[in-house]
Design a protein around this ligand. Structure first.
Ligand SMILES: [Cu+2]
Length: 148
């Protein structure tokens, strides 16, 4: 268990144990330039558990984070962060959670988390990825395939 947490931590940059036993907090940076190119969330994908949290950190200014409403598990809360603001999201339901930076949606600035087995909205999330604009379609389609 500890070994797998360390491995994920090395991959994601920072993972810390949250207060709740067994729950993890993933830190996701909003960047003008990341390892996958310009205007990215880093990391751009994650496999997480119900009860985990994601902390979106405005490392560079001019980004926000908000839910892709067609990529939201049933019963999960819509998120809409302000520009340049940190947002903490608790993943309370199983399924795929999609997020976008509104100013850079067409550039493919997206983040997807598969929570649990992802099944509750897997088909809807795949359809939303295929319908996304510009570079977001390419990124989300690839990310959904990688998370399977
Ligand atoms: Cu952005």
């Amino acid at each position: 268990m500890l070994k797998s947490i360390l491995a994920v931590g090395a991959l994601a940059g920072v993972v810390v144990l949250a207060g709740q036993a067994g729950a993890t907090e993933l830190q996701v940076k909003m960047l003008n330039q990341g390892t996958q190119g310009m205007m990215v969330f880093e990391p751009a994908t994650a496999k997480l558990k119900v009860g985990d949290t994601v902390r979106f950190v405005p490392t560079d200014p001019g980004h926000n984070v908000e839910s892709i409403k067609e990529m939201l598990p049933p019963g999960a809360e819509l998120v809409k962060g302000a520009l340049g603001k940190e947002v903490l999201v608790k993943l309370t339901k199983p399924g795929y959670y999609g997020f976008k930076c509104m100013p850079h949606w067409g550039f493919g600035m997206t983040f997807v988390a598969k929570v649990g087995d992802g099944k509750p909205n897997a088909d809807a999330a795949a359809a939303a990825a295929a319908a996304a604009p510009g570079a977001a379609k390419k990124r989300l389609t690839a990310d959904m395939a990688a998370l399977k």
